[in-house]
Design a protein around this ligand. Structure first.
Ligand code: RB5
Length: 145
């Protein structure tokens, strides 16, 4: 299951991403918000990431104006590896090499066409493991410092 959330800057894009994933028969939980509502991005990052750390969701997608605020907040949470992506290569390799579990996108940065492709790559690309696992483990160790 993919948990997805946004702040007020990302509502329309969030809804498009949800429709796109559901059309692909991917299970999605909409953590909010609805059009017209306001939300501080750290609160939504906490909500979506909480679903990942609890095991309810496998991955998350967070959308704000730039994607940056969401990623800063998400990466404060133990067990979360969030990546802001604005092009295909990063979306692919942050899964292959970093085992990113959260994709952050900026609704004021990427158009809907690109955003849907980034979401598609993110949900369908498997972590390569191998030598990359050791590096991901080193990231986890940093959480203890
Ligand atoms: C909200 O106006 C905006 O600051 C937020 O969506 C995001 O871009 C922060 O990183």
């Amino acid at each position: 299951m993919i948990a997805i959330g946004c702040d007020h800057a990302g509502v329309e894009l969030k809804d498009e991403v949800i429709n796109f994933l559901r059309e692909k028969n991917i299970e999605v939980t909409d953590c909010g918000i609805k059009s017209g509502e306001k939300c501080d991005y750290p609160d939504m990052a906490e909500k979506v990431c909480g679903m990942i750390t609890s095991g309810e969701a496998e991955k998350g997608i967070l959308i704000c104006g730039t994607g940056i605020g969401m990623s800063m907040a998400a990466n404060k949470i133990k067990g979360i590896r969030a990546a802001v992506c604005t092009e295909h290569f990063s979306a692919k390799y942050t899964r292959l090499h970093n085992d990113a579990n959260v994709l952050c996108m900026g609704a004021r940065v990427v158009g809907p066409g690109l955003a849907l492709e980034l979401a598609d790559i993110f949900v369908s690309t498997e972590f390569e493991g191998g030598r990359h696992q050791r590096r991901v483990d080193l990231i986890s160790k940093l959480e203890e410092k």
